[in-house]
Design a protein around this ligand. Structure first.
Ligand code: GLN
Length: 489
């Protein structure tokens, strides 16, 4: 049961074959068995989860048949959740019990989903390996010597290891898609503005976007039906009707024009990943799609532009953590300045401090034009590249990551870590929707394929992913090492 999709669990609940309390207990057992090894959860909400499950069962008995009613989920620990510890993976918030729910959390609550707990993440969502968390690294369920990817690595590992039915993540430069690729699950980043950012702890506000991490594209569509929509509390949330993402999942791909960026099939891409993506492209051709090489001429500038824009925004967003109002405060400050200095020096980890320094520098008088303004200009060029490409093709497909999950501790210099998001970052700069879906394994580790759509074409992207999953089994592959674990009910 715990390896079922949300769609399957929802049908079993509706048919009365199983109760939410039973499903929830099965996941709690699985978490108890495996979280010690994987470190995917920072907080497990055992009591409240069972209480919510009982409420869901009672609501169902009165005729409520909402698709997420009673389905257990995990939220990335970047989403404020009322009365629950919300750390953002940082010592700075090690004691922060949120007094309110993020909009995303509220929407899942309203749908009757059961909150199992909060997942581990890179500190303030800065990282590609989950090694920057104050709570320690997450292990990849396929191979516990490898990283799960980041920053939503806890959510991706939890879904892959069946510690939950579904999870949320956030993606500023690749943090939903890259861990989804490394853990063999489906991760979807919606268009900027499609899902409310209210109550989601801000990293880089013009890039951050919340999205689903799930066992299939269909499940991602089910989650999007709950997550997407206007929120007047988020001024960047878009006032545009939300499509029924599940209703548009069965469109034929006959005549679909797929663009493959030549820059994403070049030096640096591992042969195994390239082959896996090409195999999946061949499946698309069988389904009636045509493939065409396209040019994204400015894509080589995306990582550099991102590492000016994102730290600049982070340096402003993180100024609120000063030890005054909430979170960590240093011991016995002698005066206000000492408190600010020591609180921030002790509360933030190395990578976060590095970003604050880079961002503050890039925004400072005298350097603003040379760095920040220039990066924004490059951002515009990148967006124009996509606009031109989408005149010729319907979706853009390539690898999510150049390789499979790497070994824990193997990347010590920041730049090589930054280059991890080489295929995903441009999409954030352009605000587009994109998904990563599994396309096979190499040496026991999963590989992901990236599908990008035009602005607010979430329905199209989800359908293109779903059609492949209807005709292949890559998304059903599971980490063998966990097969013997208990928790199955
Ligand atoms: N790896 C990128 C970074 O560290 C992206 C992180 C993210 O998407 N949150 O900034």
């Amino acid at each position: 049961m715990i390896n079922s999709t949300v769609a399957e669990l929802s049908a079993a609940l509706a048919a009365g074959d199983i109760s939410s309390v039973e499903i929830t207990q099965a996941y709690l057992n699985r978490i108890a068995d495996l979280n010690g090894e994987l470190n995917a959860f920072i907080t497990v909400c055992e009591e409240s989860a069972l209480r919510q499950a009982a409420q869901a069962d009672a609501a169902r008995a009165t005729g409520n048949n909402s698709p997420l009613l009673g389905i257990p989920l995990a939220h990335k620990d970047i989403f404020c959740s009322k009365d629950v510890l919300t750390t953002c993976g940082s010592r700075m918030l090690h004691n922060f019990i949120s007094p309110y729910n993020a909009a995303v959390v509220e929407r899942f609550n309203d749908a009757g989903a059961v909150l199992l707990g909060k997942t581990n993440m890179d500190e303030f969502a800065m990282g590609s390996s989950n090694e920057t968390s104050f709570y320690g690294a997450v292990k990849n369920p396929w191979n516990n010597e490898c990283v799960p990817g980041g920053s939503s690595g806890g959510s991706a590992a939890a879904v892959a290891a069946d510690l939950c039915a579904m999870a949320t993540g956030t993606d500023t430069g690749g943090s939903i898609r890259q861990p989804a690729a490394f853990c063999g699950v489906t991760g979807f980043k919606p268009s900027y503005g499609r899902v409310s950012r209210w109550g989601m702890i801000a990293f880089a506000s013009s890039l951050d976007q919340a999205g689903p991490i799930a066992k299939s594209a269909e499940d991602a569509a089910i989650m999007m039906n709950t997550m997407a929509g206007l929120d007047i509390k988020d001024s960047t949330s878009i006032d545009k009707p939300v499509e029924d993402y599940t209703a548009s999942l069965n469109k034929s791909l006959q005549g679909l024009r797929i663009g493959i960026p030549k820059q994403h099939f070049a030096k640096g891409l591992s042969a195994e990943v390239e082959q896996a993506v090409r195999n999946a492209l061949a499946e698309y051709e069988k389904l009636g799609a045509s493939i065409k090489e396209i040019d994204l001429p400015n894509s080589h500038l995306s990582v550099s532009a991102y590492y000016v824009v994102a730290p600049a925004e982070a340096s402003a967003n993180l100024s609120r953590f000063d030890g005054v109002r909430y979170g960590y405060r240093c011991e016995d400050p002698v005066d206000l300045e000492d408190m600010y200095k020591r609180t921030r020096s002790e509360g933030f980890g190395e990578e976060v401090k590095r970003r604050i320094l880079i961002g503050t520098y890039a925004l400072s008088a005298g350097f603003y034009d040379a760095y920040y303004r220039k990066a924004q200009k490059i951002r515009r060029l990148i967006k124009e590249d996509f606009n031109s490409a989408f005149k010729e093709v319907d979706v853009i497909v390539g690898p999510t990551s150049p390789h499979t999950a790497f070994k824990l501790g193997s990347k010590s210099d920041p730049v090589s870590m930054y280059l991890e998001d080489i295929y995903t970052i441009a999409v954030n700069l352009a605000g587009l929707p994109a998904i990563s879906i599994p396309v096979g394994t190499a040496n026991g580790l999963p590989m992901g394929m990236h599908i990008v759509g035009g602005d607010f074409e979430e329905a199209k992207v989800l359908n293109v992913a779903h059609q492949l999953q209807q005709n292949s089994d890559w998304h059903k592959q599971k980490p063998a090492v966990l097969a013997s674990a208990k928790g199955e009910a």
